[in-house]
Design a protein around this ligand. Sequence first.
Ligand SMILES: Cc1cc2nc3c(=O)[nH]c(=O)nc-3n(C[C@H](O)[C@H](O)[C@H](O)COP(=O)(O)OP(=O)(O)OC[C@H]3O[C@@H](n4cnc5c(N)ncnc54)[C@H](O)[C@@H]3O)c2cc1C
Length: 380
Amino acid sequence: MDFSFSKEQVFFREQFTKTLNEIVAPHAATIDQEDAFPHEIFKKIGNLGYYGMRYPQEIGGMGADCTTFTIFAEELASVSISFAAIATMQCLMGTDFLFRFGNRDIKERVLIPAIRGEKIGTIAFTEPDCGSDLGAIKTRAIKKGDVYILKGRKLWITNAEVADFVTVVASVEPAKRINGLAFFLVEKGTPGFYTGQKIEKMSARGSVTGELIFDECTIPASNLLGEEGKGAQYLESILSEIRVMIAGLGIGLAKSAYRSAVMYSKQREAFGRSIGNFQLIQDKIAEMETRIRSAWLLTYYAAWLKDNGKQAKKEAAMAKLYSTETASFVVDQATRIYGSYGIAHEYPVERYFRDARFLLFGGGTSEILKTLIARECLKT
Ligand SMILES: Cc1cc2nc3c(=O)[nH]c(=O)nc-3n(C[C@H](O)[C@H](O)[C@H](O)COP(=O)(O)OP(=O)(O)OC[C@H]3O[C@@H](n4cnc5c(N)ncnc54)[C@H](O)[C@@H]3O)c2cc1C
């Protein structure tokens, strides 16, 4: 057994941490306060090539493995969940289907500029009436000659108001429910494609979330990504990677909250001693650290499985479940250690507390993940 990272992975973490400390960390609180997409920071990180992490060098990527991508997610989240949500969307869900199924024109005109941070991407499957249950998607795509006509509404879409392009999940055959889905590329400026309401939310602010409207939106048939009816299958094929990535986000956020709490427990005094001397505070610290380490082991084990071509469906689900629940637990404990200052804007733990909720939904809610894990367990 070997629990160490490779030299390249250690080097990547060091370099990326430096980059984040220079470019993102000084603005993390402002991004949260202003709840506006941080265009300049987005471009700077894009110029450095990070949105191409998972893609081959031939198209401007870094060809990184899943472990390195998890390190990327962990370090991002330790600085800013808001920016982590933006950057990971750009690296993974927002661009993956263009990379896999886009034709040459789509790759040159949309994907490569996105990798450079010149275009903003997103994915849209959630609707006002459905999230987990993809079979209930109502957005329709109807083929007419050499075009598709899209009609429907998407809600809770990351980057909705700023996205230059979106991978839309629509139904081509509603009777087939989940087996009737397909993916389409829709670009800003397409007739019948509008941005709707923005959702005011407490977590991942700055990663603006909102509504997209498709009203007889007409796109070329060549914007179909992959084949009709295979949408659910395509989504399933990257779900483990998405879950490991979000598990990485959970570790990063939890570590920041834990570190702040340990520091505070050494400084803050009550009854003539630092609060870290009280056993009940020590209990919290021990629990936090033990759970973070456990989440770390589950997460990097799942990443290792993926990097070694092994099946990681159950492990990725367990990693996402445990790591994101751990993040929620840790931020709660951290804010308790801070006492009343735990809810003050003065300290970042208050932001960590709010941001932890963001991790619980995308990539499968905890309830959905438990259902999946149990189903996998019962198969054996
Ligand atoms: C900040 C943010 C950004 C997002 N960005 C995007 C995006 O870019 N693109 C996109 O498409 N979506 C996005 N989403 C939506 C996200 O993917 C959904 O929230 C998620 O899929 C869950 O769907 P839902 O919220 O509609 O919950 P629902 O599916 O309605 O579930 C509600 C509750 O019921 C439970 N539940 C549902 N089914 C079952 C079951 N079978 N067994 C037990 N319990 C069940 C759930 O666990 C949950 O507790 C985003 C969400 C957030 C919060």
